[in-house]
Ligand binder design. Structure first.
Ligand code: HEC
Length: 134
């Protein structure tokens, strides 16, 4: 358990620094990534990113999810890519799914429900996840 959490943070730290190397490709990349730029430096200074990540880290999410490495659940990057540009209805759908749990979208493994998470916190986590789009 401890190991998994440490590994998640290492992955996060790597992902957070990853953008610094890609400054050269910035202009070319901008076209594709639009507002939800996944540039490390811009991303980690986004308040939605910071707030959502803090709540995700407080909960058990990283036990089953990593940003780009498959674990029990889909990677957050895959989730972000799947629902990119979905707007408010997607934020509502995903935050309900986090609170109620469910199965069948990514496979037969169920996500456990998180009834202790408030609607507001669930939405903040989902906004953070959606920012991880590549
Ligand atoms: C017990 C393991 C587990 C935990 C803990 C967990 N998840 Fe999941 N999560 C999953 C699985 C498995 C799926 C795929 C469910 C499916 O296929 O419908 C999933 C799917 C998701 C999805 C995509 C849902 C969809 O319908 O596409 C989001 C978003 C998500 N999880 C966020 C979270 C957040 C935020 C937390 C922490 C509050 C969390 N998960 C905790 C296992 C987990």
């Amino acid at each position: 358990m401890k190991k998994v959490i440490v590994a998640s943070f290492v992955i996060f730290a790597l992902a957070a620094c990853g953008g610094n190397d890609s400054k050269d490709g910035k202009d070319a990349k901008k076209e594709e990534t639009k507002d939800n730029s996944s540039e490390g430096s811009e991303l980690s200074s986004n308040p939605d990113y910071q707030k959502g990540l803090a709540i995700v880290a407080k909960n058990d999410c990283f036990t089953c999810h990593a940003i780009s490495e498959a674990k029990v659940g889909p990677t957050y990057m895959d989730v972000a890519n799947k629902y990119a540009g979905g707007g408010d209805s997607i934020i509502n759908y995903l935050s309900n799914k986090v609170r109620n749990g469910g199965t069948g979208v990514w496979g037969q493994t169920p996500m456990t429900p998180h009834p202790q998470v408030t609607e507001e916190d669930a939405k903040a986590m989902v906004k953070y996840i959606l920012l991880l789009k590549k």
